[in-house]
Design a protein around this ligand. Sequence first.
Ligand SMILES: C[S@@+](CC[C@H](N)C(=O)[O-])C[C@H]1O[C@@H](n2cnc3c(N)ncnc32)[C@H](O)[C@@H]1O
Length: 704
Amino acid sequence: MVTIMQKCSFSRATCHIKLSNFYKALEDAKEARLRGEQSVNLALIGGDAAVNLSKMEDACSFYTMGLKVDPTNTSVIDRLQMLQEMILPDYDLEGGCDSDQGYSAVTLFNQEPYPGDDELISKEKQTILAKFCLEDTEPWKENVEDAEKQRASNIAMGAHEFMVDNKLEDALKEYTLAVKADPGNSILRRLRAEVLYILDDKYAALRELWAVPTEKKSLDVWKFGGQILYEINMPLHAEVWLKTATKMTGNQDDAAKVLFQKARTHRLYSAMSKDFPINIDFGEHGRSIFATKEIKTGNEVFTDLPMVMGKMLDKETYGQDICDNCATSLMTPRDYFGGRFESLADDVKSLVEEYWPNISITTCDKCKVTKYCSAECQEDAWKSHHEVLCPARCEAARKLHDISENFGHGKNEHGETVELWDARISPMLLARIWAGIVTAAKEMMKDAGVDKPTTEHWLKAKSPYKRFLAFGVDSPSKKYKVVYNLIRDIFTDCGDDIQYNITESEFNGRFFQAECNFHVFSAPVTPYHRFKDRISKLEGDDRVKSNLQKLKAEPNVAPLCGIFPLLHCMNHSCYQNVEVCGADLEGYGGVRVRAISNFKAGDELYVSYVDPAIPRKLRRAWLFRNYNFWCRCTRCEFEGDGPEECTECKKAAVGEKFPACGQCHRAWYCSVSCQKVAWKRGHKKICQAIVTKDKQNCQSNGTT
Ligand SMILES: C[S@@+](CC[C@H](N)C(=O)[O-])C[C@H]1O[C@@H](n2cnc3c(N)ncnc32)[C@H](O)[C@@H]1O
């Protein structure tokens, strides 16, 4: 019987490769190998599929397996030679990037359950039982006579022949007979499920797999069942089945791990993205955002509100006030005009006083420092974080607030004023993560009528932050010791006799989460803009018009940083295709993501984590240092590092350096022919983008 199974995966892999369906072909080839098959044909199929997917390590391992089976096979030898030629220049190109070899996003994600999953799983089970009539198949029965087993096996052989001839209905009939003859055979169940699946009856396929008792389910059954459960939108069970499959292979099966993460991504993000033309899926860079339909340049793709936010520690704009709850700008005429305000001509001044929007700024009653745009915002902020972080509540909170206001400066343990925090994000953003956790736990505690949050309350309160990837190399709790101690002290007493012990490792983890996932944004519409809008409508008034000329300068808008529930899934490309703009979303500061390219369904959305104008080498090193990946985007592919190497063929310059592309000056070629090849392959696209951007920058800088 095992032979039939192998044949099936193998023949499926052959079909997939013929149809250029390389991902599936590779999966099937891996499956066949996992079940013990070793053959030259399998090596060629798996290896070729992997090459087409640029998965060089996989290709190498398949071809090497082929060589072990038949060391004289010329097809295998040729393929290995070809692979070497492909890999070596690649490694050279990636000089200094050795540690990235074998990067696989799935290793960054675990399969730990979320708090409350048990309850959700049992609810989902009820839906499955009610909806899919799981008992509607041949009941499982094991004590079958040997003769019947043999008969079933013979029927299955015939069914397999029908499969090979693509006579699926006939194959189904035969497998149904085989299952009837030997209903306690999980392989037959699996094969019948497969035909049903191909015939697009996923529910019936699931029934067949569900009928196999837990202890009899093979890796293949768990995996295939997990895939079906994911496809019919039962993500929690999909996770359970795929987790079991992963365990059975000692965490070696990448296909099961990827499917698990796809199921998890679906359950965590599908509700959030449903109102937008996007889908969050698990791709080669982990969770990623894809367009679900055509989107034209300039159109809005989605909007997002921050889960937590803080100010960027940017000296130029820091003085500007924003509402600490909704991020609305509280810019007053004095903020805008600065010292000039008092000396403005009387008519300008009166114009400003008359038309500048009247914001009723309120200040926290306790600390008298933190500002809000309304009493409602003051109340919301108190409930969500300020009750714990109010500078008036404790010495540690006041000191943390002061460090943030002083751009990271404060007193060290010896009483000297030094820079205690040099990260770009405010330490308040970090503190707000714990404030959010504590507030949520307290709420659950109160709802449950107990006087301390239970472990489950804490786990649930933390779970919204579990999804953020964290990466970092040093130890922030040591580097920012004073800030760490202050934050730890604040939460040692969270009020209501509740303590939260922030360990160094939690501090470091949250710091890295914030650094890896924050996005900069700002309130796009300030009181200044509303003021300008108002006076622009006062047509025909000469006094107004002439005075307007004096108000030309756009204000610097205070940049904020936030961690966003959807936006954090957006991956990086130096050739970004969306832009992220600050937005006023029904009174709250958030972001609006706009297309800057045309999208078709399935295209991935990218933003740039780094200014693409900086040289390629620097960008890539920076991304590696901060985000743990070497960028391989289109722009990095068609831009070079300098005239010492041909950007296209990678030849090193001996003596005279290579000339640069005359337009963008970001690529260097050893010959006209290399330049032509590169132009056609993709340099044209990025060259035009670089030149256009440079022109725009020159115009906005007033240079030529
Ligand atoms: C803000 S997160 C983006 C969402 C991420 N994919 C996830 O699943 O959470 C940043 C992380 O995504 C991954 N990433 C983003 N862009 C990438 C790229 N171009 N190549 C490889 N990994 C990338 C890196 O692991 C990086 O640290």
